[in-house]
Design a protein around this ligand. Sequence first.
Ligand code: HEC
Length: 255
Amino acid sequence: MKRFLMILGFCALTTPAALASDSGVHLEPMTPDHRDLPSLQHGAKLFMNYCLGCHSLEHQRHVRTAEDLGIPTDLYQASLLPAGADMGSHITNAMPADGAKNWFGAQPPDLSMVTRVRGTDWVYSYLKGFYLDPSRPLGVNNDVLPNAGMPHALIELQGVPRKVCKQAPEGGRDGLTGQPMTSEQCGFIEVEAGTGLLSAEEYDAAVYDLVNFLDYTGEPYRLDRQRIGVYVILFLLVLYVFTWLLGREYQKEVH
Ligand code: HEC
């Protein structure tokens, strides 16, 4: 019993929600939608362009990705397939593990399961959590993963994010003027205007698509499972009707 409780406790501690809270920051919610093919396609493109240099998706093959995302093979080969890879191979890169550890202080992990381990909210907030920090070796830090060993890979899209202080509402009103009370609060991330290729909304949408794609690679069979689930329920309903009819026949014999 004690062992069972310990295992239960361990499972509770390692759920995405528990992992999410370890840095104590507020995570923005992100709900993936694997049926949104344009979003997944855009996410795949962002991944190949900005992440594959360091991170792999070693459980996922290019051919399966193209099929599931509805991208014709010739288009996939021309625009997404990395040089030297073939459609049947897994989505991997040539990053040497030892070198990566020396360069970044940590090896870039495989991202196939990252949303299942960390949760989509965590990954979404992480990609929005970078800010300039000259004290760090790569010049940036991250709110969600403090002292992260990863550069801000999407900085050209987002622009230059800085930590700023703002006059923020404190709740309550000034007794003399009747104005809402404010006080200076620091730690907000603000992007320097005109430094990124995307607007704030476009950047949020791009990060959404990227996390949506990463979530799909963690569970590429989710849509199949949902489709099959519908057939199974229909089958059970039909079976129920016949079983009921059969039961009625038996009842007639009994009386
Ligand atoms: C230049 C190499 C590099 C690039 C490019 C890069 N990363 Fe990373 N990434 C890393 C390293 C190194 C770590 C490990 C950081 C650490 O643990 O401190 C990391 C960590 C992560 C993590 C945290 C994983 C975890 O569970 O701790 C996520 C999520 C992630 N990267 C996503 C991305 C995405 C998405 C992209 C593309 C937009 C990207 N990375 C581009 C090097 C890179």
